[in-house]
Ligand binder design. Structure first.
Ligand code: FYN
Ligand code: ADP
Ligand code: MG
Length: 591
């Protein structure tokens, strides 16, 4: 049984209903945008939300709406709201909710659900599913509201759970019956909660700061590692001051690029594989020692030989994080600093003062040498103009465009497309680079692009592998429908990783990694009234991108890349068991 209410039905004076209470509760807390997809039982909720002045952005698939909500949360520090129908719509939104939780993005997935009485007895309701139970292990918190008078509390709890402490995804289950429940207006108003201080500052303990400073003073080869938690925290000025006042080199994780401009003299990004094993004290700021940092172990950190000076335990860590249980999750953390990044970095900064002894020239010079070597190598690769284009020659254009338009948002996914873009395209401002994050998820592209445009109003450039684009490509209709300034660049090399695999049996099916050759992705955008361009040279790509930035029209550029360009899994080939086996066999054969 479901309840659909006519949005235009006359309401009884001095009463309100569940629909309006949900809307009022969200608006009261400054949540004025919904990313979603209408259907039973929330169609009228989307209509009424729009009628009440909320921005309702409708998608073609809930996963993309969910990804939009998640990145809206990252960009605004307010939970992004995704609204879906029951069971299948809910499940479609769930991967985005889980990804948000993994990445520490605050979002609330609100799903309508079928009738509890029927679902719990498994009597076969329309879209029957125990959504709350399914969501629980996949997000930070999950709540259900059964009575209209509890909507205020439900929304307040969802907001606090999403943004306080370590941010994450929250599920809010709203059964269909709730929406039609009525309440007397005065009581209804009183039941709503405007959340005061939803993400309270968490000050670090004084002794934690002293311990961290003492360790840092003992360092000969210190390094600061910035993660996306640091970008999220919006402590840009304090972080910059800490880095510049101490003179310590820093390495940005992918989405932390731009907190300081990538061209900053202290950036060690181009000397990554040198600084990680060589540093003796590493300060992690909003970055976890997960797979992206090889868990603080192994070759990446120089730990190959237990007898050398870089053996286990010789590298020391300061970790700044809001989550106390993050400490020691992979290696021992010698100086944990638990608190919000703004407060922690400011406290460190006070102790650093103005006459901190800069790291030894020997350390800085060694980094500079490695950095300049890599920069020169990069410059050489970028200067080439092969035909067809390769990743370098195409991304060199994107690099120039971002340099000229540093306020533009850059969305990036794929394998080679992701890895090459990360190292080739310099970022100049914080929170401009939005990518696959902690999970290496594909499919965030168009959802992130829509939300980046909606939340910031800036031009959005989405650099997409041809495979990655396929996961959310239908949302180009959404981009056209809302006339968003999004320029999608599809790096088209005819397949997953590359387009050259062949079916070893000689059968009619192409290899699993190969797509239709010569696909006309640009026509997808044209189908909905946007601009489509096929670009086979850097000059064509540059002209099309410049025009997209100028016109702010929805644009898709099909950038034709050499189909032999690209390696299996980009720079993370070693994580692919089959490939590493083949590589090992090849290496053995070569010996
Ligand atoms: C970096 N580098 C540069 C520059 N920036 N050289 C010149 N100029 C510039 N500006 C160098 C850097 O020193 C490295 O060389 C190399 O380029 C790569 O740098 P990057 O990208 O920072 O480092 P790396 O090794 O790729 O980083 C590891 C990683 C990253 C795991 C953090 O790969 C990552 O975020 N991966 C996500 C992958 C993913 O999720 N894929 C989606 C699934 S794909 P050296 O120092 O010489 O090593 C499914 O198949
Ligand atoms: P990256 O992938 O860029 O290394 P991670 O997602 O691994 O970044 O790490 C982000 C970290 O930042 C998480 O451990 C999270 O708890 C932390 N974090 C997020 N927001 C804040 C904040 N405001 N203050 C302190 N720590 C935060
Ligand atoms: Mg490809």
């Amino acid at each position: 049984m479901t309840t659909e209410v006519n949005a235009h039905a006359p309401s009884i004076p001095d009463t309100t209903d569940g629909f309006h209470l949900v809307i009022d509760a969200l608006k009261l807390n400054g949540l004025n945008t919904i990313y979603g997809l209408p259907g039973i039982p929330i169609t009228d909720l989307t209509r009424m939300a729009q009628a009440a002045g909320m921005r309702v952005i409708s998608f073609r698939h809930e996963q993309n709406a969910g990804n939009a909500a998640a990145i809206a949360g990252y960009l605004t520090q307010k939970p992004g709201v995704c609204l879906t129908v029951s069971a299948p719509g809910f499940l479609n939104g769930l991967s985005a909710l889980t990804n948000a939780t993994t990445n520490c993005f605050p979002m609330i997935l609100i799903s309508g659900s079928s009738e509890r009485e029927i679902v719990d007895l498994q009597q076969g309701d329309y879209e029957e599913m125990d959504q709350l139970a399914i969501a629980k292990p996949l997000c930070k918190a999950a709540f259900r509201v059964l009575n209209a008078e509890d909507i205020g509390v439900g929304v307040a709890r969802a907001i606090r759970a999403a943004v306080s402490g370590r941010p994450g995804g929250v599920y809010l289950d709203l059964p269909a019956k709730l929406f039609a429940q009525t309440m007397e207006m005065a009581a209804a108003k009183k039941s709503l909660i405007k959340v005061v201080d939803p993400a309270p500052r968490q000050l670090p303990a004084h002794d934690a700061i002293t311990r961290a400073i003492d360790l840092l003073k003992s360092a000969k080869r210190p390094l600061i590692l910035l993660g996306k938690g640091a970008a999220y925290a919006r402590a840009d000025e304090a972080i910059r001051a800490l880095i510049e006042n101490t003179g310590i080199p820093y390495l940005p994780m992918s989405m932390a690029k731009g907190i300081l401009p990538d061209t900053h003299a202290q950036s060690a990004a181009a000397a990554r594989s040198f600084v990680l094993p060589e540093a003796d004290v590493v300060v992690l700021i909003g970055a976890r020692l997960n797979w992206l940092l090889s868990h603080g172990k192994g070759k990446t950190w120089g730990r190959t030989n237990v007898n050398d000076h870089k053996a286990w335990g010789s590298q020391k860590y300061v970790q700044i994080d809001i989550s106390p249980t993050e400490m020691d999750s992979n290696v021992a953390i010698d100086a944990p600093v638990v608190g919000d990044i703004g407060s922690c970095v400011s406290a460190l900064l006070m102790s650093v003062g103005s006459n901190w002894t800069k790291p030894a020239a020997e350390w800085l010079d060694a980094i500079d040498a490695r950095r300049h070597k890599n920069l020169a190598k990069m410059a050489e690769a970028l200067a080439k103009d092969p035909s067809p284009m390769n990743f370098h020659s195409a991304l060199n254009v994107v690099r120039d465009i971002i340099k000229a338009n540093p306020e533009a948002m850059l969305v990036n996914e794929g394998a080679n497309t992701l890895d090459f873009t990360r190292s080739i395209v310099d970022m100049y401002q914080p929170r401009k680079r939005l990518d696959v994050g902690t999970w290496g998820i594909m499919g965030i592209g168009m959802g992130f692009a829509v939300a980046a445009a909606v939340e910031t109003g800036h031009n959005v450039i989405a650099v997409e592998g041809d495979s990655a684009f396929g996961f959310s490509g239908m949302e180009v209709e959404t981009i056209c429908r809302y006339n968003l300034p999004v320029c999608v660049v599809v790096m088209n090399n005819n397949g997953v990783y590359r387009g050259t695999d062949v079916n070893p049996t000689g059968g009619a099916d192409v290899a699993p990694t190969v797509f239709v050759k010569g696909a006309r992705y640009e026509m997808l955008m044209e189908a909905f009234g946007g601009v489509g361009v096929k670009a086979s040279t850097p000059a064509e790509l540059r002209a099309a991108m410049n025009e997209a930035i100028r016109s702010r029209k929805p644009t898709l550029i099909n950038a034709i890349i050499d189909e032999t360009a690209g390696t299996e899994s980009g720079r993370i080939t070693s994580l692919n068991p089959a490939t590493s086996k083949i590589l090992a066999a090849e290496q053995l054969a070569a010996k």
